[in-house]
Ligand binder design. Structure first.
Ligand code: ADP
Ligand code: MG
Length: 243
């Protein structure tokens, strides 16, 4: 079966004072979970912010949906931006009820609220009992589940996850992983930053190790964990690089 391309990155450079992210060639496909591993400061969030068109590159090209974006035109039309969603480590929720937060993306897109569809996500994330609660009263795990519901409710094609389960307990982590696994039926493109090798092993299709702004290795999950092509990957997985 032919894989459908979502993103293609070519000769990407993002420069900050004292840091350069450089990705020569990267293709992301429809229907895959692409996990980004790497030490703090490796450039994972920077890459995610570029994929989200929040941060423009210093040089290079990002193709999305076959359209070329460079620093000259790094502002896709709104309808394209609205295909993409991001969930951060710390959820930023509106100071309103859980329900209002969840349906907010539909409201701003002028889409009608299909109660049954929303409730399917709500049930999967075990937040039905919270719908009337003000978001200010939620625990960290509850807030993150609400943030994920809000991110998925409008059926995004691209889901960018920046350590969404960092600091959550195993039960919350399992619920979030299960939700994402279920959502993969819709064939989105998912980029999932995680500090947890085991999580990458559970959810990832391909794994990328980023270090000091460079790709060390991109490999399918099996090879990445059992037969990596790079010595550096082996060291990283063995925990020889501390961070
Ligand atoms: N807006 C910014 N201005 C200057 N430096 C930044 C900015 N954002 C990130 N950096 C730097 O870029 C490097 C990579 O950061 P980041 O992408 O957040 O890494 P990671 O997510 O892998 O921990 C770090 O050295 C960070 O300080
Ligand atoms: Mg980060």
């Amino acid at each position: 079966m032919e894989k459908m391309i979502t993103y293609q990155i070519k000769g990407l450079v993002k420069e900050y004072p004292g840091f350069t992210l450089k990705i020569d060639d990267l293709t992301l496909y429809r229907g895959e979970i692409f996990c980004l591993l790497g030490p703090s400061g490796a450039g994972k969030t920077t890459l995610l912010r570029i994929l989200n068109f929040l941060e423009e590159p210093t040089a290079g090209e990002v193709y999305y949906g076959g359209v070329k974006y460079t620093k000259e035109n790094f502002n896709p039309p709104l309808e394209i931006m609205r295909e993409i969603t991001t969930v951060f480590q710390r959820p930023a929720l509106l100071k309103e009820s859980v329900w209002n937060n969840i349906i907010y993306p539909l409201k701003i897109r002028g889409q009608k609220v299909d109660r049954e569809e929303v409730m399917a996500i709500v049930e999967e994330l075990s937040i039905a009992q919270l719908l009337h609660r003000p978001c200010t009263t939620l625990s960290g795990g509850e807030a993150q589940r609400v943030a994920l519901a809000r991110a998925l409710v409008f059926k995004p094609r691209v889901i960018l996850l920046d350590e969404p389960t960092a600091n959550l307990d195993p039960n919350n982590i399992r619920i979030i992983e299960d939700m994402m696994t279920k959502y993969m039926e819709k064939k989105p493109t998912v980029v999932w930053i995680t500090h947890n090798h085991f999580q990458a092993k559970r959810v990832g299709d391909r794994i990328c190790l980023l270090e000091e702004g460079r790709v060390v290795e991109i490999n399918d999950k099996e090879n990445f964990f059992t037969n990596p092509s790079q010595k550096r990957t082996r060291e990283f997985l063995a925990g020889e690089m501390f961070y």
